[in-house]
Design a protein around this ligand. Sequence first.
Ligand code: GCW
Length: 666
Amino acid sequence: MDTKKWTQLWLEYHKAYDGDGAWSVAFEGFSDNQVVIANAIYEFRRGIEALTGEMVLESGRDDAGKCKVRTLTICNNQSVPAEGYHIEGSEKGILVEASEERGVLYGVFAILRQIACGRKSFEVKESAAPSNPLRMMNHWDNMDGSIERGYSGESFFFEKDQIIINDRTRDYARFMASVGINGVVINNVNVKAAASYLITDRYFDQLARLSEIFNDYGIRLYLSLNFASPIEIGGMDTCDPLDKEVKAWWEGKIKEVYERLPLLGGFLVKADSEGRPGPFTYGRTQADGANMLGDVIKAYGGIIIWRCFVYNCTQDWRDTKTDRARAGYDYFKDLDGAYHDNVILQIKNGPMDFQIREPVSPLLGGLKRTNQMLEVQIAQEYTGHQIDLCYLIPLFKEVLDFHTHCCEGKDTVADVVSGRTMGNTLGGMAAVINTGNDINWTGDDLAAANTYGFGRLSYNTDLSAEEIAREWITMTFKLSKKEEDLLCSMLLRSREIYEKYTSPLGIGWMVTPNDHYGPSVDGYEYSRWGTYHRADHLGIGVDRTDKGTGYAQQYYPENAKLYNDPDSCPEELLLFFHHVPYTRMLKSGKTLIQHIYDSHFEGEEEARGLARDWESLKDSIPSETFDRVKERFDLQLNNAREWRDQVNSYFFRKSGIADEKGRTIY
Ligand code: GCW
C-alpha cells in the first residue's frame, strides 16, 4: 500500500524508545481466528514495531535464544465491562483483559497510545470502560461524491453514485476504532437522489463489504434513511406512518435489507426538517414516525436514531413570537415516554445550529423517559471551515458538564446521554465528521485534533480538553516538550479567539448566507430561517425571557431563573437571552458596545498570535504539513480582520457610539 497517498493521522507512530527484544502473542479464551482479535494483533505489530523497533514474532517461531521475548497476553475476563479493557505491563510483557473482542482492540490501541505518550511497555496500565454505549460519526456525504458542509475534499465513500471500497476504507476504520468509535453513518441525513436507493439491491453487495470491513474493527454501519422511501422508491402515493400499507412496505423492505446486510446497526432519520418529508405531512407526530420504523426494525436488533432538528424554516423576521430556539423542545417534549425502546432521539448540543456559543439544548435532560443522543459538529460549518483554527473539545466539555437539573445528582448532559440518569442502555454521542479525501483527511491538519478528540471524549467523557489535546499532539508530531506546550496552548486558546472576532456574546450567526464562512452581520437578519440578532440603534439581542419568547422557561427552574435575569445570565450568553442597550455595563466594567469593539480587536490580534506561534514551530513540523497549515493561518488572518472590521463598523454606524480607544473603525 502506498501510504504516501494519505497520512496516517495519529497512527503515524514515531519512535518512542529503542526496544531491546521481541514480542510473542498468547491467548487465554480468545483466538486470532476471531477477526477483530486478528486486527488487534495486526495493530499491535504495526504500532510496537514503529514505536520501539521490537518485532512481533510469527507464532510457533522460537527466537527466544537470541533476544528477550516479551508476551502480549490476550485474556478473556468476563468481569471487564463490555467494550472495556484492562491493560497492565510487567517485565514479562503486557496483559490485555477484556470480555469481548472490541475490548481487546481498544486495549491494544490504549497500549500503543500510552507508549507513544512516553511510557515503556512495562509501565503500561489502565482499566477503562466506555462512558457512552454509542459513539458515532455522522457523515454528510452525498453519493455524487460531494460532502454537505465538507471542507476536506470529496467523499471517500462515494463517487459518481457508486460506493468506493479501497485501502483508505480500512485506514478510516482503523482510525475510528483507535479512538473508540463504534458506529458510522456513511451518508448525508438529507437523503436524496441515488442515496434513496441505498436500501435497494443496487447497493447491497458493496454495503455488505463495507459493513464487514467496519465490523472487523468493531464498528457498526448505519445508513441515513429517506422517510419518503415508500413514495420515492416504492411507488406508493403516501408515506403516512400509520397507514397499514406503508408499514407493510417497510416490513418487506427492512426484511430484505437485513437479509443482505445482517451487520447493519440501523438508521438515522432527518424528518420534517428543512424541506425533508416526515410524519407532520400526514398530521402524525414525530413519535408515530419513529416508532413505526422502530417496531419494524426491532426483529433484527436494529435501532432508529431520530433527529430533533425540527423547526419552522419559513419564518417572517417581523414575527417576534415564533422562536426557532424553542422548536425542538416544543415538538418533542410532550411526547416524552412515547418513544419505543429501540428509538433514540438525537439532539444537537444547542437549540439553534452549531454556533460558536449557544446555551445547551433544554431538550437534553428535558426528556426524562426517552433515549437521548447528543449531536455535535466537528465539521467546522460555523466555526471556520477548517481554515480557522478552532479546537472544539472545550465546547463539548462545557455541554457534557452542564447541569440540566433534571434530577438530584446524575443530572449533567454526560449523565443523560450515557444512560446513567435513566438507567437506560441506548444513548451516546454523535459528531458530524470533518473528513474527506484530502491527503490529510481533514483539510487543516490541526482539525484532526477534533476528529481524534471527539472519539476519545465520547469513550471517556472524564478526559479534559487539555489531556486529549496533548495525546493528539504527541501521537501526531515529534516535538520537544516546549513545542508541545505551545501547540497545546494554541489549540486551547483557539475557540475563544474565534468567538472573539465573530458574533458577540452568544448571539450567533452574522455569517455569509449559504456558505457560512466570513462575516455578514445582517446576512441572516431578514431571512426565513429564524436567526435574528435584532440590533437597532439602541441595542441588540433576542428577548427570550418570560417577557419575550419564553424560551428560557423551557429549562428546569434553576436554569430558567439564571437565564431569565440579565444580571445572573452568564455573560457569554447575554445576547442570546436578552435584548440590551449598547450602554449596558458588563461585569468587566465596560459597556456592551466597548466590549464588542475590544473583543474584536483582541480576537484579530490573538489570531495573529496563533499564526506567529505556528511560524515558530517551522523547524519541527514536516514541511508539507507546516506549509499546508500556514496557508490556512494566512486565510484565517484575512477572515479575522474582515470580521473585526465589519462587526465593529456595523455597530459603530448603528449606535453612533465611538470606540473609547479611538481605533480605526469604518
Ligand atoms: O443548518 C443545517 C446545515 C445543513 C444541515 C442541517 C442539518 C445536513 O446548514 O447543511 O443539513 O443543518 O443538521 O440537518
